[in-house]
Ligand binder design. Structure first.
Ligand code: ATP
Length: 492
């Protein structure tokens, strides 16, 4: 049932049935499905002529835009695989990923000279302003891989080098349908697509869900500057915002500086990172509604759990597991534990991937009998609401006791002088490990390690309090706005 390549893609069905309806808000006007289809057909013809076909991979290095979607459609109609990568990632991440996926061609925008230089040693093609491919240069004799793969994503690389995650059309469409039903979206919705196309959250929910299920999408190429995103929300009349938490903070600041405050939004969903509860209040004030927090991973296409509506949400949790998944929370010995106990979340279901690309060893570590080890330590309550405690790889073990950095950071973030804090493990001769905090202070404030430690006393168990404090100007962040703890762990 995971094989949509031999059927018509659901987007094709909608183009036929409802092609003249407004679909994408782009550059101040609505584009219909038929208009998108026209560009897709032209690109399909050019790709096919150049020898691109079943089981080939096409890399895109593009911001969000209708042209990106037109390429995706062309690739899928030819039974190829789309590999959307970050056009801003430097050569160190990009080139090994390109070597791994061995693309037929790499596509970028004609004005993007920088990217052109970066990928000069690969066969590449440019799209013009209208999204039409110019001359296609392809690697003849390019390897053929599984034509069921709709996309291959590179994971964020928060915990190590990015891994390549292939997802089938069945994986993606399953997640689209489940989220659409569970969160109660409608064809009247106008969904903001600002999350990057090279992340599953951005592509599956932002880029595809509306097209597949018949809602409109407000297309924003890049989140920065946030004022432009707010402008698009305003002019396109967005009703649903899909964001990562960091974006809410940036929007708040932009609104404080005069960007338009959204007035049409009925739902805000965040995922990808822990939601800071202060942001929830900020959202009510600045976006008009509170936040529904969800959780996902690239490997699950991506949504695994979410708070489905405001009436039933539990703040501080990631909500309930989506229907269709089997799930267990397992302790160190692999035994499934009950409510209130800590363990690692394992999931199984139709939107879970089938293994990393060309990496059988780590695939068999993370996927056992099709059960996926998320690597996230969680706890659930009697009603099945899940709290993410931390990533198992970020745990700090102090004298045999587990310390979850996120718990410590929540306390540090409450200190009036703290703008941002991250806690990592550092070696200690007696305790094995202790917590080391990296703290960014708010402008015009000061603090000492001693003050920080006394602030934590009474709020955290003694062994959880960091013993080393580094006051820094900023924290290293991934392109998706996550703190890169592994980089902090490596500092002297
Ligand atoms: P890599 O696998 O390369 O280290 P990554 O894990 O950051 O990168 P993603 O698939 O983008 O790659 O992120 C999934 C992870 O993000 C989850 O496993 C979880 O740790 C974290 N995450 C997602 N949503 C939430 C949330 N609401 N609260 C806390 N953590 C979250």
């Amino acid at each position: 049932e995971n094989d949509l390549t031999r059927l018509e893609h659901p987007i094709d069905l909608l183009i036929e049935r409802d092609g003249d309806r407004e679909a994408l808000w782009w550059g101040g006007r609505w584009i219909t499905r038929k208009e998108l289809d026209r560009v897709a057909r032209e690109n399909q013809g050019k790709l096919s002529q150049a020898g691109f076909g079943r089981g080939h991979r096409l890399v895109t290095l593009m911001p969000n835009c209708p042209a990106f979607l037109a390429l995706a459609l062309a690739v899928w109609r030819l039974e190829g695989t789309l590999v959307p990568l970050n056009h801003r990632s430097g050569s160190e991440v990009l080139l090994p990923t390109l070597d791994l996926v061995d693309p037929f061609t790499v596509v970028y925008g004609e004005a993007d000279v920088k990217t052109g230089d970066l990928v000069a040693s690969y066969p590449s093609s440019v799209v013009d302003q209208d999204g039409v491919l110019q001359e296609v240069k392809g690697a003849q004799g390019s390897e053929v891989t599984d034509p069921d793969f709709a996309v291959i994503f590179a994971t964020s690389g928060t915990t190590g080098l990015p891994k390549a995650v292939p997802l089938t059309h069945g994986n993606l469409m399953d997640n689209v349908d489940r989220c659409w039903e569970f969160l109660g979206f409608s064809q009247e919705d106008r969904i903001l697509w600002v999350l990057p196309n090279f992340h599953s959250f951005g592509l599956t929910l932002g880029g595809l869900m509306g097209l597949v299920r018949g809602a409109r999408q407000i297309v924003v190429p890049l989140f920065m500057p946030p004022a432009a995103t707010l402008e698009a929300i305003h002019s396109g009349g967005a009703t649903v915002l899909l964001l990562v938490p960091a974006m809410v903070e940036f929007m708040k600041r932009a609104i404080q500086h005069g960007a338009p405050k959204p007035e049409t939004v009925r739902m805000v969903v965040t995922g990808g990172d822990r939601l800071n509860l202060e942001l929830d209040s900020a959202a009510v004030e600045f976006l008009g509604v509170p936040i529904l927090e969800g959780y996902g991973t690239t490997e699950c296409s991506p949504v695994v759990a979410v708070n489905r509506c405001y009436d039933s949400r539990k703040l501080g949790t990631i909500g309930e597991i989506l229907p269709g998944y089997s799930w267990e929370v397992r302790d160190d010995s692999g035994r499934a534990v009950g409510p209130g106990e800590d363990g690692i979340l394992w999931v199984k279901g139709p939107s879970v991937f089938g293994g990393y690309y060309k990496a059988p060893e780590i695939s068999s570590e993370k996927l056992v009998d099709r059960w996926y080890d998320t690597g996230d330590v969680v706890r659930y309550d009697e009603e099945g609401y899940i709290t993410v405690l931390d990533r198992v790889s970020d745990l700090i073990i102090v004298g045999g006791f587990n310390v979850y950095p996120q718990e410590v950071e929540r306390v540090l973030n409450r200190h009036p002088a703290v703008a941002q804090a991250a806690v990592v493990a550092t070696d200690h001769p007696v305790q094995g490990q202790i917590g080391r905090a990296f703290v960014v202070l708010k402008e015009g404030t000061s603090a000492t390690s001693r003050e920080m430690i006394s602030f934590c006393k009474g709020k955290l168990a003694h062994y959880k309090i960091p013993r080393v404090f580094d006051f820094v100007d900023s924290l290293p962040m991934s392109p998706s706005g996550k703190i890169l703890r592994r980089e902090l762990r490596g500092r002297d």
